[in-house]
Ligand binder design. Structure first.
Ligand code: ADP
Length: 265
């Protein structure tokens, strides 16, 4: 009852890429902490939404950021008319009531915040609420899932080794040509030939990765471009505003991406 608002009632569309659905099901049945690893826009969030629906579990999502404190995850005392009252944070709610807690972009959170998940990710499966003097034992249905983009890795911003090693990982990359075409077709409701052209364009932008571009165009960007095309925007313009302009601020690099797109289109 407590997590009813977090239940996913309609199937989120997810095009399976390999055997990730079966792997996640096996991991969930062992209540294994999972790391979804891959570049932004590669389907990690959609996948966990789909899995929460498939497993019939509520999904509590937290977008991590650098100002996030442990209290934002576990909860805090708040003042109201009757005095101070404890409010469970999103992680505590999932732990107590048996949801899947998805910490999106965990690497954005400071390391002292991240360590609160440690006792939850080993055989103890407990969450200490220090301020409240309570040790919450995880509900049998609780699972912890994090997303992690290895592309942003730097010495300053990385997961502690002791955190990483608590998770099993599923890797997300760019889908195959056919799979990505299908995804773009379905999500943007465009004809297959439009989706296929955009996927070819994305492939050429991805070749520029490492030559100045940190990441090539994501599936998310292709869907944006396709949605504009579906609303009558010319393909070249749609690519410019959905792919080229957001991906880099460097004028020379933009020209290189535009040139690659022109060849592919
Ligand atoms: P991430 O969490 O990896 O940043 P998302 O899950 O938000 O990425 O994916 C971005 C968008 O791309 C989704 O909203 C969805 O439209 C689409 N998408 C990517 N991969 C898939 C997939 N395998 N099946 C269905 N949609 C996908």
């Amino acid at each position: 009852m407590a997590l009813n608002a977090f239940r996913i009632t309609e199937e989120p569309y997810y095009h399976s890429i390999a055997n990730e659905i079966a792997l996640f099901e096996a991991a969930y049945s062992a209540r294994m902490p999972m790391m979804l690893k891959g570049p932004t826009g590669s389907g990690k969030t959609r996948f966990v939404e789909h899995m929460a629906w498939r497993l019939g579990r509520p999904l509590v999502t937290v977008a991590c950021h650098e100002d996030m404190t442990a209290s934002d995850l576990v909860g805090r005392f708040l003042l109201d008319a009757g005095g101070t009252v404890w409010h469970d944070g999103p992680l505590t709610q999932a732990v107590r009531h048996g949801g899947i807690c998805y910490l999106d972009e965990i690497v954005e959170a400071r390391q002292d915040t991240t360590v609160v998940i440690h006792p939850l990710t080993d055989s103890r499966r407990v969450l200490p609420l220090e301020k409240r003097g309570e040790l919450v034992t995880a509900h049998p249905d609780f699972q912890l899932v994090i997303s992690y983009n290895p592309g942003y890795q730097s010495v300053l911003k990385d997961l502690k080794e002791s955190t990483k090693q608590r998770f099993a990982a599923i890797e997300f990359g760019h889908p195959s040509f056919d799979a990505e075409t299908r995804i773009v077709c379905t999500e943007a409701e465009v004809p297959e030939e439009v989706a296929a052209r955009l996927v070819r364009i994305a492939a050429s932008s991805r070749n520029l990765k490492g030559h100045g571009l940190r990441e090539g165009a994501s599936t998310r960007m292709l869907i944006h471009a396709a949605r504009l095309v579906a609303r009558g925007v010319a393909l070249a313009t749609a690519c410019d505003i959905a792919l080229v302009l957001p991906i880099t601020d460097d004028a020379d690099l933009r020209d290189a991406v535009r040139a690659a797109i022109a060849v592919a289109a």
